[in-house]
Design a protein around this ligand. Sequence first.
Ligand SMILES: [Mg+2]
Ligand SMILES: [Zn+2]
Length: 180
Amino acid sequence: MNKAIFLDRDGVVNYDVRYCHEPEKIELKPGFAEGLKALHEAGFLAIVVTNQGGIALGMYEADAVRACHARIQELLGLSGEKIDGFYFCPHHQKVNGDCSCRKPRPGLLFKAARDFDIDVTNSFMVGDRISDLEAGRNAGCRQGFLVDSFYWETHAPKALKAGFDTARTVLEVVKKINSY
Ligand SMILES: [Mg+2]
Ligand SMILES: [Zn+2]
């Protein structure tokens, strides 16, 4: 079976510009491509799992999300890297009620695990909010890491208190995992 590092998108892969749906607004976080390279070298798949409630709210179409993901691949390609899979939840509580895939629920991770034959117990979750890490925990991942973003100051102490780990960047996450 394979192992993966599940990555939240906004705030981890690219800067979070609230409901980003324009490919031209995608800007990779500094050092992300380097972190991704280390992740792959450590034998993990890189799977992006992202809540896209803006679709349910009628702010944009699923195709806009796919265009953003194509843009991410294009930018990573400049470093010879790529994301192995993208999964998004198009639902929103206000429109759809509870779905099984909106993080902190684990549906997106389970779907990726089926598609890629991933052993979640040997996999990790990286996010910039506690709800991301909870999705990893709810899926049965080994550990969740909070990385630096807009939410760092408020969420990092809470993450540690809840038994998660923290790291400033994805590269630092991979270094920590390698020494687990
Ligand atoms: Mg985020
Ligand atoms: Zn959903």
